[in-house]
Design a protein around this ligand. Structure first.
Ligand code: NAD
Ligand code: MG
Length: 385
């Protein structure tokens, strides 16, 4: 049976990898909708190739640019903005929505997909960081399945399969430690944009690459795991594993640990989300163990990576705090990539914004969005001073 896909963020790293899998299985998947914020040249190529019925772009100007790039006889409905993204997430005929946009922009389209009863392959972790409790509750109520695309969460999902949740002792969330794992703290002041964009194991978009360097990515993943698997913070342990072969593990009550391993390539986790419980032959070899020689593990250094500590604090506080952490981080990452603040100022900014936040314990969705807006303004204020 053909699975009809809507891919939000088709021009990004996860979006392009998803389309590579579609290319391998043209009879299994049909692309009904695509979105891209600003890369209209690539989106036009994708439209000609996959023939979606509707696409969403960043704004009206992008829509005009895109129309000009497409052959006049090609029929595709072009929509734009947040409402456009929500429309392609809820499109009739679509069975599975791949949420691969970056940042808070993923939240409302994910909710729109859930309300329309669509299953979700979730790459956009910021959605669960901001509003994990509300999103999971709504998915549950609508009978919608959320398949994790984040490699760690895909691994945990696979390790949990066939086991009883009541038998879980702890989730062991692995992370490479990023490019600065072994760098002395004194050198952090001089980290350049290029240094931070140079991840040792994974090829990803710019925002998540910076998050990996600051280890905020692991912090966001703790919050993502907390809601996705409905486990308390004290049952999630971060384990640094520089080789990125073990994608995460689950420890059970009897001391037994189940791990999921693979080469560091996102296609494995994406394919899993697209076809679970079936496993597709995506042409990816298993790791070559004799060539690897060794797999190593260590504890994270919270002094060197304060973003990880801040994310744990936000996770423990819950309410609006994770949304504030997320928004301040997005602002800080953009400012760092624009050369406006240094690497160590990322955590300083987030810590300051969190400290000033008037936190709401049981927020509505509106209050979460208001907290996000407030944190962005507060971040700007902090950067100006
Ligand atoms: P990317 O920057 O490569 O691509 C982002 C995509 O989203 C692009 O198509 C872009 O046009 C679109 N987009 C960006 N801002 C938007 C906005 N405001 N509104 C609508 N669309 C917008 O990012 P990526 O690395 O593919 O990551 C996408 C998501 O997947 C992120 O949430 C990231 O944390 C998560 N993720 C990525 C990886 C990875 O290997 N790249 C791994 C795990 C999780
Ligand atoms: Mg990950």
């Amino acid at each position: 049976m053909t699975r009809n896909l809507s891919i939000l963020g088709a021009t990004g790293s996860i979006g392009r990898n998803t389309l590579r899998i579609v290319d391998r299985f043209p009879n299994r998947f049909s692309v009904k909708a695509l979105s891209a914020r600003s890369n209209m040249t690539l989106l036009a190529d994708q439209i000609e190739r996959y023939r979606p019925v509707r696409v969403a772009v960043g704004d009206e100007r992008c829509a005009d640019d895109l129309s000009a790039l497409l052959p006049t006889d090609l029929a595709v409905d072009i929509v734009w903005g947040e409402s456009g993204l929500c429309r392609i997430a809820a499109l009739d005929d679509v069975d599975l929505v791949v949420t691969a946009v970056v940042g808070a922009a993923g939240l409302l389209p994910t909710l729109a997909a859930i309300d329309a009863g669509k299953d979700i392959a979730l790459a956009n972790k910021e959605t669960l960081v901001m509003a994990g409790q509300a999103v999971m509750k709504r998915a549950d109520a609508e009978g919608v399945r959320i398949y994790p695309v984040d490699s760690e969460h895909s691994a945990i999902f696979q390790c949990l399969a066939g086991n009883r949740k009541t038998d879980v002792d702890r989730i062991l969330l692995t992370g490479s430690g990023g490019p600065f794992r072994a760098m002395p703290l004194e050198e952090f002041e001089s980290i350049s944009i290029d240094d931070a964009l140079n991840h040792p194991n994974w090829q990803m978009g710019r925002k998540i690459t910076i998050d990996s360097a600051s280890m905020m990515n692991k912090g966001l993943e703790i919050i993502e795991a907390r809601w996705l698997f409905d486990v308390p913070l004290d049952m999630i342990q971060v384990v640094i594993h520089p080789q990125s072969i073990v994608h995460s593990m689950v420890a059970f009550k009897d001391g037994s640990v189940i791990a999921q391993l693979g080469v560091p390539d996102m296609k494995g986790a994406i394919a899993c989300a697209l076809s679970w419980p079936e496993r597709m032959d995506i042409g990816q070899p298993a790791p070559d163990f004799p060539a690897l020689h060794q797999l190593t593990f260590e504890a994270p250094d919270l002094e060197k990576f304060p973003c990880l500590r801040l994310a744990m604090e936000a996770c423990a506080a819950a309410g609006t705090m994770p949304a504030v952490l997320n928004a301040a981080n997005e602002m800080a990452v953009v400012a760092f990539l624009d050369g406006k603040i240094g690497f160590t100022a990322i955590s300083e900014l987030i810590g300051m914004v969190m400290e000033n936040h008037r936190w709401v314990v049981h927020p509505s969705l509106e209050e979460i969005i208001a907290a996000d807006t407030w944190a962005r303004r507060e971040s700007e204020r902090w950067m100006k001073s």
